[in-house]
Design a protein around this ligand. Structure first.
Ligand code: B16
Ligand code: MG
Length: 217
């Protein structure tokens, strides 16, 4: 059996923190008098915090000083973190744990490839940090998805070839990043939104052992 590199995005793939990002951004947008809908939020998935704020400000045609932007970025993150205080393993999305454990049992390599700067504490609180052979997050990269930097670094840390890497992603930008990196992209979510992914599943409960087995071999 060969060894493949399985790279997981965090928000929207392993845990449902995408909803907390949305709530925190929506609160800020409201304060700034900017209309911000779940549809707008799609554009923010997998995108860095700084770029997310710029997108929201562009939506409302708001220009701001760097000082104000820093203040709002801080405020949004504090608000986001307040939702994370009590999270535990129940936050892990259905079907994810069995896949992680199956990969571990089969001696496969597992990495995180997330844009979030809050990734480590989330993995710790949900109890799955020890399952990861490598972690690349928003603190390690300078180029945001769809730039493939985050996934290329993860494969590098795992000593794996890009073509032996499989990326699970819920964002359009993340799927594009995986494709650019020559990795196998697996979209998690709406297949109309993630139509560029090589494979697509509504969520992990739709992924069965035979699919993972085929990826390994
Ligand atoms: P933070 P992922 C991304 O995580 C989120 O999808 C995106 O909405 C968020 O803005 C970004 O992380 C930065 O997160 O503010 O915690 O640094 O999906 O790449 O795991
Ligand atoms: Mg995501």
């Amino acid at each position: 059996m060969s060894k493949k590199a399985f790279i997981f995005d965090l928000d929207g793939v392993i845990v449902d923190t995408a909803k907390y990002h949305f709530l925190a951004w929506q609160k800020l947008a409201q304060e700034l008098g900017i209309e911000f809908t779940p549809e707008h939020n799609e554009e923010l998935k997998g995108v860095s915090r700084v770029r997310s704020l710029d997108i929201i400000l562009e939506l409302g045609n708001v220009t701001a000083s760097q000082e104000d932007k820093n203040k709002w970025l801080f405020q949004k993150n504090e608000d986001y973190l307040s939702y994370l205080v009590d999270i535990d393993e129940s936050e892990i999305l259905p079907g994810v744990l069995p896949v992680l454990h199956y990969l571990k049992d089969k001696n496969q390599l597992i990495a995180l490839g997330s844009a979030s700067k809050n990734a480590r504490p989330i993995l710790e609180k949900t109890g799955i940090l020890p399952l990861f052979d490598a972690i690349v997050d928003g603190n390690d990269v300078s180029n945001a998805k769809p730039d493939p930097e985050v996934f290329l670094r993860a494969a590098q840390l795992l000593n794996a070839k890009n073509e032996d890497a499989i990326v699970f992603e819920d964002s359009v930008a993340g799927v594009q990043a995986a494709n650019i990196a020559n990795m196998t992209s697996v979209g998690i979510g709406d297949d109309k939104i993630l139509h560029e992914a090589k494979y697509n599943f509504k969520d992990f409960t739709f992924i069965d052992v035979s699919f993972i087995e085929a990826l390994i071999n």
